[in-house]
Design a protein around this ligand. Structure first.
Ligand code: TRP
Length: 445
C-alpha cells in the first residue's frame, strides 16, 4: 500500500502543533467568534462554548488525527482503507472541504482587501467595499496565495509558514487586546462579555450555536485533521497535542473579544450586529480613531485576520488536494491545479454575490446560502460521518494511530463512538427546527 502523503512528516512536534493550530485558528476565532458571542447575549455563551470545545471537540480531533496517522493517507484514502463504500463517504467529506474553502476564501479576500485599503489609509464600510469588483479580485488573490503556499509542500510551505505566522499572530492579538482595554468603552464591554449566566445552560439554542461554533473553530468534520494526522511522527501524544491546540484556539478567540467588544462599545455600535461586525462596524470605528491610531490599529487588525485565515485556508486546500490524490495517482502539482480550477468555479458565485452584481438564489445571496449550507448544516453532518465511520468502521486503524491504551485515550474514543451518533442528530433536528422558525432557509419562506 503506497501512502498518498508520500511518507512526508512534519519536521518537529512544535511544527506540527503550530500547523494544526494554524488550521484551527482562523476567521472562526477573530471574525466569527465575537459576533456569535454578540448574537447570543455575550458572557452567556462562554460556558457552553468551553464545554463544547473540550468535552466534544478534543475527542473528535484526536480520533481524526489518529485515523490519519494510522492509515498514512488523506481523508479519501483513509476511508477507502475501511471499505469500498466508505470511500464514497470520504469523497463527500472532501467535497465538503472544497465548498467550505470556496467561500472561506471570499472572506479571506475581504481581509486581504481591508488590509490593502487600510495600508492606503482608507476604511470603507462594507457596502462601499463590496459595491464593485473587490470581492472578486481579492478572492482570486487569496486563492492564488493559498495555492502557492500549499505548492511549497508540507514542510517547506505549511509548516514553515505556520512557525513564523502563528507566534506573530499571537503577538498581534495580544497587542490589540491590550489596546482594547485602554478604551473608554472597556467597562461596559467587559460586563457584556464576561458575565456568565448559568441559566443559559438550559437554553438549547445557545448550546446549538456553541457546538456549531466549536466545530467550525476547531476545524473538525472535514477531513483536515486526518490529512494532517498522516504527517505526525510516531511517538507524538495525540491527546496532549490536541489539548494544546485547543488551548491556543480558545485563547486567541477569547482575546479577539477583548479587541472587538471595547471598540464596539466605545463607538456605540451594536455588538450583536452579526457577520458585518469586522467588516462594517470596525472600519467605522477605525475612522473615528483618527488618522494615526486608526491607521495602525486597522492595519494590525486586518493583518491578524488575514494571517489567521490563510493558515486555515491552507489546511483545507491540502485536504482536498490530497483527497484527490488518494483517488487518482497524480502528482501533487496536477492535483493542486485541478483543485484550484474547481475552487475558482465554485467560489466565484459566492464572490459575485457580494459585488455590484449581487448574485442571488431564491432571494438570498449565494454566499449566505453556501455559508448556511456548509458552515451551519454541513459541519455537524461532516462530524457525524467522520466520527461514526472512523470510530466504528475504522476502529483498528484509529487504535493503531492512537498508539496509546491509556485510560484517557480510550475515553476519548468512547466519547466519539457513543456520544457523537446521538448528540449530532439531536443537534441537527434542533437546528433545523430553529432555522425554520427564523426562516433562514429560503424553502421555508
Ligand atoms: N478552523 C478554522 C477557523 O476557525 C476554519 C477551518 C479550517 C475549518 N479547517 C476547517 C472549519 C475544517 C471547518 C472544518 O476559521
Amino acid at each position: 500500500m503506497t501512502s498518498s502523503s508520500g511518507g512526508v512528516k512534519f519536521g518537529s512536534k512544535a511544527g506540527f502543533i503550530l500547523a494544526t493550530a494554524g488550521s484551527a485558528v482562523g476567521l472562526g476565532n477573530i471574525w466569527r467568534f465575537p459576533f456569535v458571542v454578540g448574537e447570543n447575549g455575550g458572557g452567556v455563551f462562554l460556558l457552553p462554548y468551553l464545554i463544547s470545545v473540550t468535552a466534544i471537540g478534543i475527542p473528535i480531533m484526536v480520533v481524526e488525527m489518529a485515523a490519519g496517522r494510522g492509515s498514512g493517507k488523506g481523508i479519501v484514502g483513509t476511508f477507502a482503507a475501511f471499505s469500498k463504500r466508505a470511500k464514497w463517504l470520504g469523497l463527500l467529506v472532501a467535497l465538503g472541504s472544497l465548498v467550505l474553502l470556496s467561500y472561506y476564501l471570499v472572506v479571506t479576500g475581504w481581509s486581504l482587501g481591508y488590509l490593502a485599503f487600510g495600508l492606503a489609509g482608507r476604511h470603507p464600510g462594507f457596502d462601499d467595499f463590496t459595491e464593485g469588483a473587490n470581492s472578486i479580485l481579492f478572492f482570486l488573490a487569496s486563492a492564488g496565495i493559498t495555492t502557492l503556499i500549499v505548492s511549497l509542500g508540507v514542510r517547506g510551505g505549511i509548516e514553515a509558514l505556520s512557525k513564523i505566522l502563528m507566534p506573530g499572530l499571537l503577538l498581534l492579538v495580544v497587542g490589540l487586546a491590550i489596546y482594547g482595554l485602554t478604551l473608554p468603552g472597556r467597562d461596559e464591554a467587559l460586563k457584556f462579555y464576561l458575565t456568565p449566566d448559568p441559566s443559559a445552560l438550559a437554553n438549547p439554542t445557545v448550546w446549538i450555536r456553541a457546538l456549531g461554533q466549536a466545530f467550525f473553530s476547531l476545524g473538525v468534520g472535514m477531513g483536515v485533521l486526518t490529512t494532517y494526522g498522516a504527517y505526525i511522527s510516531r511517538g507524538t501524544n495525540l491527546v496532549k497535542s490536541s489539548a494544546v491546540v485547543v488551548a491556543i484556539d480558545i485563547v486567541i478567540a477569547f482575546l479577539a473579544g477583548f479587541v472587538i467588544f471595547p471598540i464596539a462599545f466605545t463607538f456605540g455600535s451594536e455588538p450583536g450586529s452579526g457577520p458585518q461586525l469586522a467588516f462594517d462596524t470596525l472600519p467605522r470605528a477605525f475612522e473615528s480613531l483618527g488618522p494615526a491610531v486608526g491607521y495602525i490599529v486597522a492595519v494590525l487588525f486586518y493583518l491578524a485576520l488575514l494571517v489567521a485565515a490563510l493558515t486555515s485556508a491552507v489546511s483545507l486546500l491540502e485536504t482536498v488536494a490530497v483527497g484527490l490524490r488518494d483517488v487518482r495517482g497524480i502528482s501533487r502539482r496536477v492535483s493542486l491545479g485541478i483543485v484550484l480550477a474547481l475552487l475558482l468555479m465554485l467560489g466565484m458565485p459566492s464572490a459575485l454575490s457580494y459585488s455590484g452584481l449581487g448574485l442571488e438564489v431564491a432571494g438570498r445571496r449565494v454566499f449566505d446560502v453556501v455559508d448556511t449550507a456548509v458552515g451551519t448544516f454541513g459541519l455537524p453532518i461532516g462530524v457525524f460521518i467522520t466520527g461514526v465511520t472512523l470510530s466504528w468502521l475504522g476502529s483498528s486503524i484509529v487504535s493503531r494511530g492512537l498508539e496509546s491504551r491509556a485510560r484517557i485515550s480510550l475515553l476519548v474514543v468512547w466519547v466519539v463512538r457513543w456520544m457523537v451518533p446521538f448528540l449530532i442528530p439531536i443537534l441537527f433536528a434542533a437546528m433545523l427546527f430553529d432555522s425554520l422558525r427564523h426562516r433562514i432557509i429560503p424553502l421555508a419562506g
